[in-house]
Ligand binder design. Structure first.
Ligand SMILES: [Fe+2]
Ligand SMILES: [Fe+2]
Length: 171
């Protein structure tokens, strides 16, 4: 069982590591595509937080003796660059909406990683991983609040809201 959890943790972190690469590039394209103002500044800050996550996840991977998957890295590099390019032509709504949905998944990704870490005896990693989940929660909250009163939501339903931030540590 512990070996299984360790394998799951490694897989999760490898996925997150490349996911953060895509996120970093995608947000860089996103903030560059919108006009100067608080939203642009916030997304710029979110980009920096994703690069920071990538560093942290890289450290965790190294500690576990794992390595990023070159294949995944290549795929997610393309995804990130692709989204960044799309942001310049996709209008205001789609990048905000897409980002919010993806961030919703990121919260869960780190919550699961924290469970695996604890299951395989790496309790010292849990705080770092849950802090990342909390930061993703803030990202989701930002994008949700951006799209919430947009008229497009009459066509696209907003994604299900995450439980309150406190529940990240509650579990
Ligand atoms: Fe992140
Ligand atoms: Fe994020």
């Amino acid at each position: 069982m512990p070996i299984d959890a360790r394998a799951k943790l490694l897989r999760q972190l490898r996925g997150a590591y490349s996911g953060e690469l895509a996120a970093g590039y995608a947000y860089r394209g996103h903030w560059k595509s919108i006009r100067e103002g608080p939203d642009r500044t916030r997304i710029q800050q979110i980009e920096a937080e994703e690069w920071h996550h990538r560093e942290l996840v890289g450290d965790l991977l190294r500690t576990l003796g794992g390595k990023p998957s070159p294949f995944r890295e290549a795929i997610f590099w393309c995804i990130g660059r692709g989204i960044a390019a799309f942001c310049h032509v996709g209008g205001w709504f789609a990048p905000m909406y897409g980002a919010g949905r993806l961030e919703r998944g990121n919260i869960v990704e780190y919550e699961e990683a924290a469970v695996y870490a604890s299951e395989c005896g790496h309790d010292e990693m849990v705080d770092c991983i849950l802090t990342m989940a909390e930061v993703e929660w803030e990202h989701e909250f930002f994008f949700r609040s951006k799209v919430l009163d947009h008229w497009m939501l009459r066509i696209f339903k907003v994604w299900p809201a995450p439980p309150p931030k406190e529940t990240i540590r509650g579990g």
